[in-house]
Design a protein around this ligand. Structure first.
Ligand code: HEC
Ligand code: HEC
Length: 356
């Protein structure tokens, strides 16, 4: 499966990357650009305006939709016979960093850096005062079938237990565009996607400009007339057989085994992790549903994802200021920690948190 440049597999008209693996390199996490003048590739900038859509989700920006597309087709295509002019991309996207020094309790001082998206050359006017943006890096994509197979009741029981000890994890409830219902959100940094199947179609349209049965319109708001003329929406570019295979692959992609579990250093680390209450949110052990028809081998498994799939208020320093269904402006889903120690070996990136 290749989303080659210039329109094969329905790429564009506008997009951020031309294949899943540019962002989820080897199934691992994305990386921020190395240089100031390097455009974002494995990171996206969500955008929306005040209020919410009819299902309680983010309200698309009238000129830019729900995500800024920093790349676009250059006027040729393998699959589509057109000789249009190049499509304008929506903006140039870069990162800037601010550093702060934090003094720890024992007097040691450390430098922390935080990224901000730098949005240049907006092609269709300023974003305006009522708009909100959210910078997000590509998370790793293994073990997700197991997280999909965890029962909603299990997640809700953790929320109840947390409440009883003074923590306040909350589930996100989001629109399932496939079943047209409200469902528990599980995937994405704010748990804003209910299923891997929908996550695939949402990534296809938002990150690559690939339409599907569920998101049939191209990503071209009315003001983007060249975009609209190039490749009309209304035709399905992600065909079912590929969609099925994406879903199957994501569901099956396994988790690396824990390593060095008997090491003294590991044992001490695990004890500290529990003592410091990290394990309240990063729940070390879950059991998947007794039955999971969609992928039976994922049923009834003991897993060690180190997540509760719940949202937590992570404070002002991590806030993006942009709500996403029930997730507030400071809320994030507890990131699963399994496989974290191998991040560097997978693709070199050790960039953490929603914004890397
Ligand atoms: C431009 C970069 C980019 C491309 C291309 C991209 N993704 Fe992603 N992906 C992301 C980002 C960023 C997120 C987090 C989104 C959020 O938090 O809302 C994400 C989230 C996901 C998740 C959820 C992971 C989790 O732990 O919750 C899955 C699964 C996924 N992508 C699969 C895919 C597939 C399959 C494709 C190709 C069809 C794809 N992505 C293409 C950047 C990308
Ligand atoms: C109140 C719940 C909560 C507690 C307690 C908590 N975390 Fe987290 N953790 C989160 C959330 C939510 C995120 C995601 C934040 C984001 O994306 O910005 C996160 C992210 C992380 C990440 C980054 C993972 C990644 O893939 O980027 C690491 C590492 C981590 N936590 C370790 C810890 C450790 C170690 C402790 C204890 C000292 C701890 N956490 C305590 C909720 C919690």
């Amino acid at each position: 499966m290749v989303f080659a440049a210039n329109g094969e597999w329905g790429l564009g008209p506008t997009f951020v990357a031309d294949r899943c693996s540019h962002c989820h390199l080897r199934g691992g996490r994305g990386a921020p650009p190395e240089f100031d003048d390097e455009q974002l590739l494995s990171m996206v900038v969500r955008v929306s305006v005040d209020g919410s859509d009819e299902f309680g989700g983010p309200k698309p920006h009238p000129h830019y939709g729900v995500q800024l597309q920093n790349r676009a087709l250059q006027g040729q295509s393998f699959e589509y016979d057109y000789t249009g002019s190049p499509v304008p991309h929506e903006a140039d996207l870069y990162l800037s960093w601010t550093e702060t020094t934090v003094v720890l309790a024992d007097g040691e001082s450390v430098n922390l850096r935080a990224p901000q998206a730098r949005i240049d050359k907006l092609a269709f006017g300023p974003l305006g005062d009522r708009s909100m943006t959210s910078l997000r890096i590509a998370p790793p994509v293994f073990g997700l079938g197991l997280l999909e197979a965890v029962e909603e009741e299990t997640v809700l029981a953790i929320a109840q237990w947390q409440k009883s000890i003074g923590y306040s994890g909350r589930p996100n409830y989001v629109r399932d565009d496939i079943s047209k219902r409200t469902r528990l959100g599980r995937f994405g940094w704010k748990a804003n996607q209910p299923s891997l199947r929908q996550q695939v179609a949402a990534a296809a349209i938002a990150d690559m400009g690939v339409t599907s049965d569920v998101y049939i319109e191209q990503n071209c708001p009315p003001i983007q007339t060249v975009c609209q003329m190039q490749i009309p929406g209304g035709t399905r570019e992600l065909i079912d057989v590929d969609w099925d295979q994406f879903e199957f692959w994501l569901r099956g992609l396994g988790v690396p085994a824990r390593r060095n579990v008997a090491d003294a250093q590991f044992v001490r680390g695990e004890r500290l992790f529990n003592q410091a209450h990290c394990a309240v949110c990063h729940v070390p052990e879950l059991t998947t549903a007794q039955a999971f028809q969609e992928f039976p081998t994922l049923a009834n498994q003991t897993i060690r994802p180190y997540t509760d799939l719940l949202l937590h208020d992570m404070g002002e320093a991590l806030a993006d200021g942009r709500p996403d269904f029930k997730a507030g402006p400071r809320d994030w889903r507890t990131a699963p920690l399994w496989g974290l120690g191998l991040s560097k070996a997978v693709n070199g990136s050790t960039s953490l948190l929603h914004d890397g």
